[in-house]
Write a protein that binds this ligand. Structure first.
Ligand code: ATP
Length: 206
């Protein structure tokens, strides 16, 4: 009975990464996106075979376990293993198509650090990505904000948002380097991830 107002479209964040390991800036980025973009949920997706990373990644079960630990207790965050379960190379465009199919009418926000956003035009079917998703770029120290790629005359259909993130100079590379030297990583990663790295002797030979 009665006329119910149409529900607004669900707003879904899509945050992929090697997460080898996940660190505090990843958690901060997801939180900033949820707040600044008023997202209903963020899917955090550890990548499968990340075709654009030269270094072989740690095994999928380890990265998935650490990603779960990193985001444990974070409201509106869903650690989504689908890219790890997919055979063959991981393409973000496939994930976006799947999420769009599962959530008709939803708005998809692709969350990226500025370093990744600058290279987006080398991703598989990047123009399709720009049509499906709103590109949400977080500030990252030492990475210029990727303005040139998204000039309206180049990609008139691109929808781009900026995420304000206090500068966090942490990277997974730095975490691996510290662990390789036997140094603590607790300053850079959430406590559960630090314990996991310690317990499983990860990155000792990185
Ligand atoms: P690596 O050092 O191994 O290259 P990384 O620290 O960049 O790893 P990824 O898992 O590759 O971590 O990053 C996933 C996403 O998080 C990317 O979009 C990346 O730009 C973003 N990101 C990572 N670290 C930061 C940071 N300190 N500030 C902003 N964005 C970040």
């Amino acid at each position: 009975m009665g006329v119910s107002a149409q529900a607004p479209p669900r707003r879904i964040g899509v945050f992929g990464g090697a997460f080898d390991p996940p660190h505090k800036a990843h958690v901060a980025l997801a939180r900033a996106a949820i707040e600044q973009l008023a997202l209903d949920v963020v899917h955090v997706l550890p990548t499968g075979q990340a075709w654009h990373k030269a270094r072989p990644l740690s095994p999928a079960p380890e990265r998935l376990a650490m990603t779960r630990l990193a985001f444990e207790g974070q409201p509106r965050v869903l650690v989504d293993p689908r890219e790890l379960e997919r055979a063959g190379p991981t393409y973000t465009v496939d994930t976006l198509h799947e999420l769009a199919g599962e959530n008709p009418g939803a708005e998809l926000y692709l969350l990226l650090g500025a370093d990744q956003a600058g290279a987006l035009d080398r991703w598989h079917e990047w123009e399709t990505i720009l049509r499906i998703a709103i590109i949400s770029i977080a500030d990252r120290p030492d990475s210029a904000w990727a303005t040139t790629l998204f000039e309206p005359e180049k990609v008139p259909f691109a929808r781009v948002r900026r995420l304000v993130l206090p500068p966090m100079s942490v990277s997974a590379t730095e975490v691996r380097a510290l662990a390789a030297r036997g140094q603590g990583v607790g300053r850079l990663v959430p406590p559960g991830v630090a314990r996991y790295i310690e317990l499983h002797h990860l990155y000792r030979t990185a």
